[in-house]
Ligand binder design. Structure first.
Ligand code: PMV
Length: 331
C-alpha cells in the first residue's frame, strides 16, 4: 500500500540538547516548540513485493542533500526497519521525500522529515497508530521529530522510558498569533550533525547548571504562552538559544554552528528591538536565524530584513498544524 504525509518543521523555545539514552533518543530534558506553517516535508512511502531493495529518493529544495545524503538514506532505512518490525512485515519500500526549504542549515529538516516518514510509513504498512504512538516512533528517527506530530504549540514530555517520552499539543495553532520569520543567511550545510554534536553536551562545565534550571523554565514558558505574555516569552526564548549555544561553545571539542552573518542578524534583532520593533531571535544547529514577532509587526520586520544584503531568503511562518495524510502522492 502507498501513503503520503506532509509534516511541519518546528522551532523550539526551550531546546532539546543532549540525550540520556542514545538508541531510543531519550532527551536529558523536556522541551517546548511550535510547528511551523511554511517549512514542510512531503513524503510518499510504498511497501511492495515488487521492490527488491529499499529505494530512497531525497529531493525537493535545490534537489539535493549534499554529502549528508548517504547518512540521511541510512537513517531512513533504519526507520523503515522500525516500522516493518511494528507491522510484522518484511516487504521492501520505495520512499520519495522532498522539502520546500533548505536542508542542513539549522531549519530542522530532520524533524519534518522523520515526522512525515513516520506517518506515511505507518499508514503504508497498514498500522493505525495513535498520535502518541506516532510521536514515540518519530522520536526514534530524530528526537525533535516527535514535536512535529501534534498541532500548534507542543511540549515534549520528559520521560525516562520510551512510552513516556513524546510530544503533546499544549495549545492549538490559532491560540496565539505569533510568527517565526526565518532569515536564511547561507545555504552552506553544517559540518557536524546535531546527532553528533549532542554527544558532547556532558563535556560542557555549564551543562549541570542548565539541567538544574530547565524544569522551572518549561513551567514559565508555558505560562507565558498561555497568557500571551510576549515580552517575557521573547526574552526567555532568546536567552535559551544563547544558553544552548554557550553549552555548544564550551563543549570539548567546541561546537561552533553560528556564522558571521548569524551574529550580524542577532545584533540587528537587538538593535531593531531597542528602536521599538519588538522581536527576539532563536537559533538551532546551523546558521539561519529564526526571529519571533507578533503578527501585527511581521510586515515591519520583513521590510527591515529585505534591506539586509546578507539575508538570502525570508520564510514567514505562523503556528501550524502537525503531521497529516494527504491524497496527492509523489510517485
Ligand atoms: O532532533 P535533532 O537530533 O536534529 O536535534 C535538534 C535539536 C535542536 O534543533 C538544536 C534543538 C531543538 O530542540 O529543536
Amino acid at each position: 500500500m502507498k501513503a503520503t504525509a506532509i509534516a511541519p518543521s518546528n522551532i523550539a523555545f526551550i531546546k532539546y540538547w543532549g540525550k540520556k539514552e542514545e538508541v531510543l533518543r531519550l532527551p536529558e530534558n523536556g522541551s517546548v516548540s511550535m510547528c511551523l506553517s511554511n517549512l514542510l516535508t512531503t513524503t510518499t512511502v510504498e511497501f511492495s513485493s515488487d521492490y527488491k531493495g529499499d529505494l530512497v529518493e531525497i529531493g525537493g529544495y535545490k534537489g539535493d542533500m549534499g554529502n549528508k545524503g548517504d547518512m540521511g538514506r541510512i537513517r531512513i532505512i533504519e526507520h523503515l526497519d522500525r516500522i516493518r518490525k511494528m507491522a510484522g512485515i518484511n516487504l521492501k519500500a520505495k520512499v520519495v521525500t522532498k522539502n520546500n526549504f533548505p536542508t542542513g542549515t539549522g531549519l530542522s529538516s530532520s524533524a519534518s522529515g522523520f515526522a512525515a516518514l513516520t506517518l506515511a510509513g505507518a499508514k503504508a504498512a497498514g498500522l493505525n497508530l495513535s498520535e502518541k504512538e506516532l510521536s514515540i516512533l518519530a522520536r526514534q528517527g530524530s528526537g525533535s521529530a516527535c514535536r512535529s506530530i501534534p498541532d500548534g504549540f507542543v511540549e515534549w514530555l520528559d520521560g525516562n522510558t520510551s512510552e513516556t517520552s513524546y510530544g503533546v499539543s499544549i495549545f492549538p495553532p490559532e491560540h496565539w498569533e505569533i510568527c517565526d520569520v526565518v532569515a536564511v543567511v547561507s545555504r552552506e550545510k553544517k559540518e557536524i550533525s546535531s546527532t553528533e554534536g549532542q554527544k558532547l553536551t556532558g563535556t560542557s562545565p555549564f551543562f549541570k547548571t542548565r539541567i538544574l534550571n530547565i524544569k522551572n523554565k518549561i513551567l514559565k514558558i508555558k505560562e507565558y504562552i498561555k497568557y500571551k505574555k510576549f515580552t517575557e516569552f521573547g526574552e526567555m526564548t532568546e536567552a535559551e538559544a544563547l544558553e544552548m549555544h554557550a553549552i555548544m561553545l564550551t563543549s570539548q571539542p567546541s561546537l561552533i554552528y553560528l556564522m558571521p552573518n548569524s551574529i550580524l542578524l542577532m545584533k540587528l534583532v537587538k538593535k531593531w528591538r531597542s528602536e521599538g520593533l519588538e522581536c527576539y531571535f532563536t537559533v538551532n544547529t546551523g546558521q539561519d536565524i529564526h526571529i519571533i514577532v507578533e503578527k501585527k509587526n511581521e510586515s515591519a520586520l520583513c521590510e527591515r530584513l529585505r534591506s539586509v544584503e546578507e539575508v538570502k531568503e525570508i520564510i514567514v511562518n505562523e503556528a501550524g498544524k502537525g503531521t497529516r495524510i494527504i491524497d496527492k502522492h509523489l510517485f
